[in-house]
Design a protein around this ligand. Structure first.
Ligand SMILES: O=P(O)(O)OC[C@H]1O[C@H](OP(=O)(O)OP(=O)(O)O)[C@H](O)[C@@H]1O
Ligand SMILES: Nc1nc2[nH]cnc2c(=O)[nH]1
Length: 199
């Protein structure tokens, strides 16, 4: 069983293409941090935002971003999944819902990728319904779909082409969240090989 996963993970990566280097990833995170510091660490700034990581994909971005933020903040997480172990989005499943501590707060909603936008649109609305004062959507990557999405991010680290990407928290069938750069998986290696992902 473990051999199966080991081989499958390696086979997926063997045919993958690196599209963003680890150095470029780090530069993108620092650019996001700088923009957040410009508002929240400015002289005289007194806001005390709640950074809310959207697990599991946001774990690496959040963990890299937090030490670069130079202002007092609160941290919590929620856990929601729409892709599960698939390469296509489906029904949104809540695993850890927001706590009541979101009421009245300025929230930095941090996620790895804004793709079709369904996840973050739903999460943002839920936070506003729970009384959040402001929800600022901060994503490491925004995928260029060439069409309108139900939500726009307030801060974006990188823009990506419309391909299934892996690394820096993003998985393919549960594998390779640990890659320090970003890779695209060969379309024919995806379960539901789709023309629009072939790019
Ligand atoms: O914009 P969308 O098309 O809704 O997709 C974006 C969401 O997809 C990923 O989560 P996923 O459901 O894969 O769960 P994960 O974070 O556990 O990987 C990612 O972390 C975003 O939350
Ligand atoms: N791993 C991964 N997860 C996603 N969730 C939404 N889009 C993507 C993507 O391109 N890759």
């Amino acid at each position: 069983m473990l051999d199966f996963h080991h081989e499958r993970a390696r086979a997926l990566l063997a045919n993958a293409t690196q599209i963003v280097t680890p150095t470029e990833v780090q530069a993108a995170v620092t650019s996001v941090a700088d923009q957040l510091n410009a508002r929240f660490a400015a002289p005289g700034a007194t806001e005390f935002p709640l950074v809310l990581g959207v697990m599991g994909g946001a774990v690496v971005f959040t963990g890299t971003l937090l030490p670069q933020l130079a202002f007092p903040l609160d941290f919590d997480y929620i856990h929601v999944s729409r892709y599960g172990d698939d390469d296509r989005g489906g029904e949104l499943v809540w695993k850890v819902i927001p706590r009541q501590n979101v009421a009245g707060r300025t929230i930095l909603l941090v996620d790895d990728i804004l793709d079709e936008g369904e996840t973050l649109a739903h999460v943002k609305q839920r936070l506003l319904d729970m009384g959040a004062a402001e929800v600022m959507v901060v994503v490491f990557a925004d995928k260029d779909l060439g069409r309108a999405k139900p939500i726009t991010a307030d801060l974006i680290g990188l823009s990506l082409p419309n391909k299934f990407v892996v690394g820096f928290g993003m998985d393919v069938y549960g594998y390779w969240r640990n890659l320090p750069g970003l890779w695209t998986i060969r379309p024919e290696d995806l379960k539901q090989a789709a023309p629009e992902l072939a790019g």
